[in-house]
Design a protein around this ligand. Structure first.
Ligand code: SAH
Ligand code: SF4
Length: 383
């Protein structure tokens, strides 16, 4: 058989790993679709056109708005007529995640441990605005566990249990908004930075984004929805083509392939050069910025040479990015430690001197295990 011909524009650079065609033996954990939950469609994942297509009684837009405006609910449920409630009970799943634990941190962030109707548990966090109220930042989970195996992250110790449904993703927001007493006037920011890899569950994550973004629902602008990925380059490229398209954050966390291979196994499939290529193709909107997240781990990725390589890797992205430096949140499932303040400051200064726009992210909710990389099902938390 003749080998497949590649078009003239196919010019892989010598250091770019292309993801090989998938065969059973080459499957990575993230190449396999995560298990899905079966059941009726969730009332909270439907758009007005879906209610209309299902011939729901009443006006579809009104039904959608009632489901998505939790400040107007009565007894923790949308205010709907008996006819509609009966129809919903027959045709849809109207269950919401149940609050099992509600912890408020010293810094006022709120972590909810949520029970799903099949017994799984996830976590969702509210980070209050440091600067201006009324602003709510909600950090959502996208999967139960995670398949990516990053060695510094507590969630990875769980492995992957299943994808969250779009209804469960939207449900986190509705339940969080109720729990923090949100009102219609609050401006909401959504971060897919909780448990799981959102691009490994793109279908449900994107449906949830459509629901969040709908003008009759929470009407959250795509500028205020950020999807954070460990670097599934094919997922970044799929997301780039979707509409509505959220903003993107990339968890970089190392500056050589050797170091990144060691802490983020996904780098063995899509390495730094390939990732940089995926970011270069990301169609940045007018005021859009890419976020690059970098978890600093003492003795692993915190030298000034790392800072230089990071700036180098950013290249022209330096004009259109936010670089978030995050202190490693230490936990029992990993031996990595956070660097001392001096090292962190020197790292940040070096990047600033090289033209990067650096923010040292305050770690929020550490005392309630709500900080980055600390989200994990209770029975996996040790120490
Ligand atoms: N799976 C996605 C989103 C969830 S993780 C991703 O990896 O981007 C959200 C952020 O938490 C990522 O930037 C990740 O690098 C960071 N993180 C994971 N473990 C951490 C830890 N122990 N300390 C600090 N940040 C951590
Ligand atoms: Fe998954 Fe993100 Fe944790 Fe990596 S850092 S294991 S991708 S949740």
């Amino acid at each position: 058989m003749k080998p497949a011909r590649r078009g003239p524009s196919f010019r892989p650079g010598p250091s770019i790993h292309y993801h090989e065609p998938v065969t059973e033996s080459s499957l990575h954990p993230w190449d396999r679709a995560a298990p899905e939950r079966a059941g009726k469609p969730s009332a909270y994942a439907l758009l007005p056109e879906d209610f209309a297509a299902l011939a729901a009684p009443g006006r579809a837009e009104h039904l959608f708005a009632q489901c998505q405006h939790p400040w107007a609910w009565v007894d923790d449920r949308p205010r709907l007529s008996r006819v509609i409630r009966d129809w919903m009970a027959r045709n849809l799943d109207s269950s919401l995640p149940e609050i099992l634990e509600h912890k408020v941190s010293e810094d006022r962030s709120t972590k909810l441990v949520l029970g799903l109707s099949d017994g799984e548990r996830i976590e969702a966090v509210h980070l209050p605005s440091e600067f201006r109220d009324p602003r709510l930042t909600l950090c959502l989970s996208s999967q139960v566990g995670c398949a990516m195996g990053c060695t510094f992250c507590a969630t990875s110790a769980m492995g992957i249990k299943r994808n969250l449904t779009a209804g469960e993703i939207v449900g986190q927001v509705l339940v969080l908004l109720r729990a923090v007493g949100a009102e219609r006037t609050h401006r909401i920011t959504i971060l897919f930075m909780g448990m799981g890899e959102p691009l490994h569950n793109l279908e449900h994550v994107h449906r949830a984004i459509r629901v969040f973004n709908h003008e009759r629902g929470l009407n959250i602008s795509t500028r205020r929805i950020t999807v954070s990925t460990s670097g599934l380059a094919n997922g970044i490229e799929r997301l780039a083509r979707l509409s509505p398209r959220p903003w993107l954050a990339l968890s970089l966390n190392a500056t050589t392939d050797e170091a990144r291979d060691a802490v983020m196994p996904v780098n063995r499939a899509w390495n730094l050069a390939r990732l940089r290529q995926a970011l270069a193709a990301w169609p940045l909107g007018a005021r859009e910025r890419l976020t690059v997240e970098y978890v600093l781990m003492a003795g692993v990725n915190d030298t000034l040479e790392d800072a230089d390589r990071l700036a180098e890797w950013m290249g022209t992205l330096r004009e259109r990015h936010n670089l978030n430096l995050i202190r490693m949140n230490e936990h029992a499932a990993s031996t990595f430690k956070e660097p001392d303040e001096g090292r962190l400051a020197a790292f940040a200064d070096r990047l600033k001197a090289r033209g990067c726009f650096v923010t040292v992210r305050k770690s929020r909710g550490r005392d309630v295990q709500g900080a980055c990389g600390q989200l994990v099902r209770g029975d996996f938390r040790r120490g």
